[in-house]
Design a protein. Structure first.
Length: 246
């Protein structure tokens, strides 16, 4: 992507803004906009009033385009299951791209004419070819960007519960009505499963079902507005990647 943009303006859309930690979102906007030619725009792709801001920003960045015979062309890139197709459908005002609450819904590139002088190129979700960093992989799986078949649901649920205990313990306690949190991530997931009725014969908790139910609620924003990664963590990861490449 760095080679393709050739100094063209880029907009980094922080979708699902309504589900994210607002303070972390502000930090990401500052982080992205330090890069030359990059504009960051938080929004919810389901809200037409918010996606209008994206259209206005595109037109402002390319005022010489958007005329008859000279359309403004934009490519939509992103990791799987972040709402690219939902964004396109909202911009188009009708269903143009297939959507679903799982990764890899879009499987081929397609062009969509928004009928306002802008033509979008939708693309399948992209992931890094080397997913050797397990922390990054688990963050992506927690968000739903990696399919359930790629990583064990129970392991992802344990990772997510540990993250929530460390970063947003008050959300867990309030949503699941806990007076205190168990000492281990397994204990937390077990308590959540008991609260949600994920039980098997004998009254024991089905940890796999508990993990699935917990992740569904977490991704839907029912537990609270959370962000799984912060800019300083991304900067540290990029620095480590640069060192390993030397």
């Amino acid at each position: 992507l760095e080679e393709m943009h050739r100094n063209k303006p880029r907009i980094k859309v922080l979708n699902k803004n309504d589900l994210a930690d607002p303070l972390v979102t502000k930090a990401w906007v500052r982080y992205f906009e330090r890069e030359s030619g990059v504009h960051a725009l938080p929004l919810s792709a389901k809200q037409h009033s918010e996606t209008k801001q994206l259209i206005k920003l595109c037109q402002r960045l390319a005022p010489h385009r958007g005329k008859p015979g000279w359309p403004l062309r934009a490519m939509v890139f992103g990791i799987p299951n972040v709402g690219k197709s939902t964004l396109i459908n909202t911009l188009a005002g009708k269903s143009m791209a297939k959507v679903g609450d799982k990764p890899a819904i879009t499987t081929c590139a397609q062009q969509i004419d928004l009928r306002n002088g802008i033509i979008l190129s939708d693309t399948p979700g992209l992931l890094w070819p080397d997913m050797s960093d397990q922390i990054v992989a688990y963050r992506l799986a927690t968000s739903g960007a990696i399919g359930a078949s790629a990583l064990d649901y129970t392991c992802v649920g344990l990772f997510a519960s540990e993250f929530m205990v460390q970063r947003y313990p008050e959300f867990l306690m309030a949503h699941y009505k806990m007076k205190e949190l168990p000492d281990t991530s397994h204990g937390v997931l077990e308590a959540i499963g008991r609260r949600l009725g994920c039980l098997i014969t004998g009254g024991e908790v089905d940890i796999h079902r508990a993990a699935e139910a917990f992740l569904r609620e977490l991704r839907a924003g029912k537990i609270g507005r959370v962000s799984f990664e912060e800019p300083d963590q991304e900067a540290a990861r990029m620095a480590a990647a640069s060192l390993s490449a030397v």
